[in-house]
Design a protein around this ligand. Structure first.
Ligand code: SAH
Length: 399
């Protein structure tokens, strides 16, 4: 059983206020998650990898779904202390793709047989609500593709307009559920509190498939808070979960250690490759039906086999990059990102070769998450129960 209704506000600092009728029964307890995160013995970890791989196979099968990533703009109004796109990174050449450029990439996605395009950007209000809606409408009218947006914390009116235009999914990582740490590394905009959990809840209400995730090994991130993050994946009943190691960017305050953050050494989560595999595997245990990518950040740490190891330890999605080469170098959220000197054709061939070498198949179709339809069915069942439980008019006490 999962949650039925919940409410979170920023002032609660990571604790949930429980409203109405909750039933929470997690698949894996926070204590178990914590034990795995601290586990260093390779013999035990083999068990975790095997369990995650088996649960992945049972729930989402052997197909690896490909999502073509188009990084449509690197403009950003935010001051995230970790990200190379932050507004104060003055040396970065900024770009915003035109509709024609985006459509060119979309056509490539169709030619390569992908089922989804992901349009990602910094939080860029130069991307106008109506313009984005018309691009989404055009993709939906001209192709069979699912459209995923990842455009930051946009106002409710934008999220509604884009959903009405046909957008299927939205990605917004909550980055860390430690709200004190979150506010230090991801300052709110003046007068607008950054409450990503509330936005994720809203996206689900609007009928999007909802994706979120965290960075692993942010300075001051403790094992306890990372265990809480993974537990939260299940509570939020996410459709998609993207996790990757934090990679310091030398042109950011966090990368330059200009802001001092840190937990005691025995509590600090390392931003290592091994820790990332553990989180991928635990995310699979917590959310068996979710779509989980083997991320570019993982491929950046281990170019030879990072993607493959992610795929055999719980992941079932890869996001080959379709961004035109002249823009890739400028979408520098962290340095030395994998694939920045490749073309879309290189990425396509490389990713498919890696999938086949594992004995897995390249997914066809949209690769929707089963979680969203289950979530809706559950809500409908709940509604029916409520209707059945409501006494009919004649039985109601007369006033
Ligand atoms: N503007 C969008 C997309 C941001 S980039 C948004 O805010 O959702 C996508 C993800 O890159 C971020 O959510 C963050 O988790 C990751 N990222 C940013 N800087 C990073 C860094 N230095 N190391 C690793 N991941 C980083």
């Amino acid at each position: 059983m999962y949650f039925l209704r919940f409410e979170v506000s920023p002032s609660m600092l990571g604790k949930f206020r429980i409203v109405g009728d909750w039933v929470v029964g997690t698949k894996i307890s926070k204590a178990e998650i914590l034990d795995w995160l601290r586990q260093e013995d390779d013999r035990y970890l083999q068990d975790l990898w095997q369990k995650a791989d088996a649960i992945r196979r049972e729930n989402v099968g052997d197909a690896v779904h490909l999502r073509g990533l188009i990084e449509i703009s690197n403009h950003c109004v935010r001051q995230c202390q970790y990200c190379g796109l932050r507004v104060d990174h003055r040396g970065l050449a900024r770009y915003r793709m035109t509709e024609a450029e985006i459509m060119e990439c979309v056509r490539q996605a169709v030619d390569y047989g992908y089922g989804t395009v992901v349009l990602q950007s910094g939080e860029d209000y130069g991307i106008r609500t109506e313009w984005m809606a018309s691009v989404v409408r055009r993709i939906k009218a001209e192709t069979p593709l699912a459209v995923t947006l990842s455009l930051g914390e946009r106002p409710d009116t934008d999220l509604i307009a884009w959903r009405e235009a046909g957008a299927d999914r939205y990605l917004l990582r909550f980055e860390t559920s430690d709200l004190q740490l979150y506010e230090k590394i991801h300052p709110s905009l003046p007068g607008r509190w950054s409450d990503r959990i509330a936005i994720l809840r809203r996206l689900a209400e609007l009928g999007y498939e909802v994706g979120s995730g965290v960075m692993i090994g942010i300075p001051e991130q403790t094992y306890e808070s990372l265990a809480h993050d993974i537990w939260l994946f299940e509570v939020l009943y996410l459709d998609m979960i993207g996790v990757g190691p934090y990679i310091p960017h030398p042109r950011t305050p966090l990368g330059q250690a200009a802001i001092k953050l840190g937990a005691p050494q025995d509590k600090q989560v390392p931003n290592s490759e091994l820790m990332t595999y553990k989180v991928v595997a635990l995310a699979r245990l917590a959310c068996p039906g979710a779509n989980i990518p083997s991320t570019t950040a993982l491929a950046t740490l281990n170019r030879e086999e990072g993607r493959e190891l992610g795929l055999v330890r719980g992941a079932n999605v890869v996001m080959p990059n379709l961004t035109p080469p002249q823009y890739r170098v400028s979408y520098e959220i962290y340095p030395a990102k994998a694939c920045i000197f490749e073309t879309a054709a290189d990425c396509d061939a490389c990713v498919k070769r890696r999938i086949i070498s594992l004995g897995r198949t390249v997914g066809s179709g949209r690769g929707d998450s089963p979680n969203r339809s289950r979530r809706i069915k559950r809500a409908e069942r709940k509604l029916e129960d409520l209707v059945e439980d409501t006494p009919c008019l004649p039985c109601q006490p007369q006033l």
